[in-house]
Design a protein around this ligand. Structure first.
Ligand SMILES: Cc1cc2nc3c(=O)[nH]c(=O)nc-3n(C[C@H](O)[C@H](O)[C@H](O)COP(=O)(O)OP(=O)(O)OC[C@H]3O[C@@H](n4cnc5c(N)ncnc54)[C@H](O)[C@@H]3O)c2cc1C
Length: 453
C-alpha cells in the first residue's frame, strides 16, 4: 500500500490522532497500519531510536514468524520485504544427548514453514515505514509513568522532566509489564494474572564458520531438549544462529550455579556436549550476559470506554515455547484495525468487538504454550509421541480439508486458537475411537480364527 492510498473508506480517521504507547512490534505495526488509513499517530517509546543502531550481540532475539504475523505484515504491505530478509525453517531438528539430530518437518509441504526474522530489524523496518508518513510522530525516550483516566492525560518522563499530553485516544502496546494497563486498571474491577516460568533465558550466538557457512543445518530450528533445561536456536541470514539457553534460575544446574568458567563448562558438558566445539567463546558469552525471566499474563478488560485499548504482550504475554507471542500480537493489530474500520468511528464498539474476537483465544494460547513446554521437555523424543506426530501428518496429507494437526492450525492458519484446540480434541477422540474399534476388530478376528480352528 502506498502513502497516498488510504483504506479509510468512511473518512472517520480524518482529524483523529491516536497515541500509541510502546514502539515494539505491535506498536510500530499499528502506527503504520493506522497512518495508512488516515489517522494521525503519536508513538511514544521509552527507549532511544533503534534505527541506525547496531544491535548489541546477545540481545538480538530472532523470532519465528508464522501465518498470523505474515497476514498482518501483508496488511501493511511489508510481507515480501520482511521475507526477503528471513531464513525459512522447514522444520525442527531435535538434538539428542548422543549428538545425533532428528528432523521433524513443520508441515506437509513447502508452504507450511516458519521464517526466522531478526526482531530488531523487523522493528526498525516498521518504524522506518511508519515514520515516512507526515501524520506520524515518533517520540523516543518517552517513558510513560502515569495515566489520569478522568482527565484522559498521559504523563511521560523525558530526560528527567515530566511532560503531560492529552490524546484523543490511546493504544497500549507497552509489553508484558505494561504501565498503561496497570494505570488503567487501578481502582477498576479488573482481572490480572501473572506467572513467571521457573526457567530464565539467555541469548548466545553460534557464529558462522569461515566463509559465512552455517555450522549446523541453516534452514531449520534447532532444539536441544533436556528434562532439566533446553536450547533453542533460530538461524540468521549471515549463517550464524541465535541460541536461547533456557535454564532454571535457582537450584542444581541453574543460572545460579553457572557463574564461573568451570561451572559453565561443566553444565554444557553435562547437557549440551556437542555444542562445546561449536562455541569457542562459550564462557565469554555466558559471563557477559545475564538471564532474563519469562512471564505469562492474562487480563481483562482490554478496553476502557472509547479512550484506551490494549494490544500484544500488554494484554497477553505468553511463554515462547509455541513461537506465537509476536504472531498473536500482530493478529491483535489486524483484528483491531478491521474493527475500527467496520465500526466507522464508533471506537467503544470497535474495542468491545476486538476484545470479544481475541481474548478467549489468547487465553487458550497461554495454555497451549505451557503444554508446548511439557512437550519439548518430556515428549519430543518419545517413539510413541513421534509416531503420533507422523500419523497426524500422514492423515493431514491424505485428507487436508478434514484433518489438520494442532501445530499446523496454530502456526500455518489463522483459525482462532480456541477453535484450533477444540478441533484438535475432536480429532484426538476420532483417533482414539478408531484405534479402539481397530483393536476390537483385531481381537475379534483373532478369536474367530482361533475358535474356528
Ligand atoms: C526468548 C523469547 C523468544 C520468543 N520467540 C518468539 C517467536 O519465535 N515467535 C513469536 O511470535 N514470538 C516470540 N516471542 C514473543 C515476542 O517477543 C513478543 O510477544 C512480542 O515482542 C510482543 O510485542 P509487543 O509489541 O506487544 O511488546 P514488546 O515487544 O514488549 O514491546 C513493548 C515496547 O514498549 C516499550 N515500553 C515499555 N514500557 C514503556 C513505557 N512505560 N513507556 C513507553 N514505552 C514503553 C518497550 O521499550 C518496548 O519497545 C519470544 C519472546 C521471548 C522472550
Amino acid at each position: 500500500m502506498t502513502r497516498e492510498q488510504s483504506t479509510d473508506v468512511g473518512g472517520h480517521a480524518a482529524n483523529t490522532r491516536v497515541a500509541i504507547v510502546g514502539g515494539g512490534p505491535a506498536g510500530s505495526l499499528l502506527a503504520l497500519a493506522l497512518a495508512q488509513r488516515g489517522y494521525g499517530v503519536d508513538l511514544y517509546e521509552r527507549r532511544s531510536d533503534p534505527r541506525g543502531q547496531i544491535a548489541d550481540r546477545g540481545k538480538s532475539i530472532n523470532l519465528g514468524l508464522s501465518k498470523r504475523g505474515m497476514q498482518a505484515l501483508q496488511m501493511v504491505g511489508l510481507l515480501d520485504r520482511v521475507l526477503r530478509r528471513a531464513v525459512t525453517m522447514r522444520g525442527r531438528i531435535i538434538h539428542a544427548m548422543d549428538g545425533t539430530g532428528r528432523f521433524q518437518p513443520y508441515g506437509k509441504d513447502s508452504a507450511e514453514v516458519l521464517h526466522s526474522v531478526d526482531r530488531n530489524e523487523l522493528n526498525c523496518t516498521l518504524l522506518e515505514e511508519a515514520g515516512r508518513y507526515p501524520s506520524v510522530k515518533l517520540h523516543f525516550e518517552h517513558q510513560l509513568v502515569r495515566v489520569d483516566k478522568q482527565s484522559r492525560e498521559l504523563e511521560f518522563n523525558v530526560s528527567g522532566q515530566n511532560i503531560k499530553v492529552r490524546p484523543q485516544w490511546v493504544i497500549a502496546a507497552d509489553g508484558a509489564f505494561s504501565t498503561m494497563r496497570r494505570e488503567l486498571q487501578h481502582g477498576e474491577r479488573a482481572d490480572y494474572h501473572q506467572e513467571f516460568h521457573e526457567w530464565g533465558y539467555m541469548e548466545l550466538t553460534l557464529d558462522a564458520a569461515a566463509g559465512g557457512t552455517s555450522k549446523v543445518e541453516l534452514r531449520a530450528l534447532h532444539v536441544w531438549p533436556r528434562r532439566h533445561c533446553m536450547i533453542v536456536s533460530h538461524p540468521n541470514l549471515s549463517g550464524s544462529h541465535t541460541l536461547t539457553l533456557l535454564l532454571p534460575f535457582h537450584g542444581e544446574d541453574s543460572f545460579a550455579t553457572m557463574r564461573t568458567p568451570a561451572e559453565i563448562e561443566t553444565l554444557f558438558t553435562k547437557y549440551f556436549p556437542d555444542l562445546i566445539p561449536l562455541l569457542p567463546d562459550l564462557v565469554e558469552q555466558c559471563m557477559k550476559h545475564s538471564p532474563a525471566g519469562m512471564v505469562s499474563t492474562r487480563t481483562a478488560p482490554w478496553a476502557f470506554a472509547d479512550w484506551a485499548v490494549l494490544v500484544g504482550d500488554a494484554c497477553h504475554a505468553v511463554y515462547p515455547f509455541y513461537g506465537q507471542g509476536m504472531n498473536a500480537a500482530f493478529e491483535d493489530c489486524s483484528v483491531l484495525v478491521r474493527e475500527l474500520n467496520d465500526c466507522k468511528g464508533d471506537r467503544e464498539t470497535a474495542f468491545r468487538r476486538y476484545e470479544l474476537a481475541r481474548r478467549a483465544h489468547t487465553d487458550v494460547l497461554c495454555d497451549l504454550t505451557k503444554a508446548a513446554c511439557v512437550e519439548l521437555r518430556q515428549k519430543v523424543r518419545s517413539p510413541w509421541f513421534l509416531a503420533r506426530k507422523r500419523l497426524d501428518l500422514a492423515i493431514h496429507r491424505l485428507l487436508p480439508q478434514a484433518w489438520t494437526p494442532l501445530y499446523t492450525m496454530v502456526a500455518h492458519t489463522t483459525i482462532p486458537y480456541a477453535e484450533a484446540l477444540a478441533r484438535s480434541r475432536r480429532q484426538e477422540r476420532i483417533l482414539l475411537c478408531s484405534s479402539v474399534v481397530l483393536a476390537l476388530l483385531t481381537v475379534g478376528a483373532s478369536l474367530f480364527y482361533a475358535l474356528g480352528r
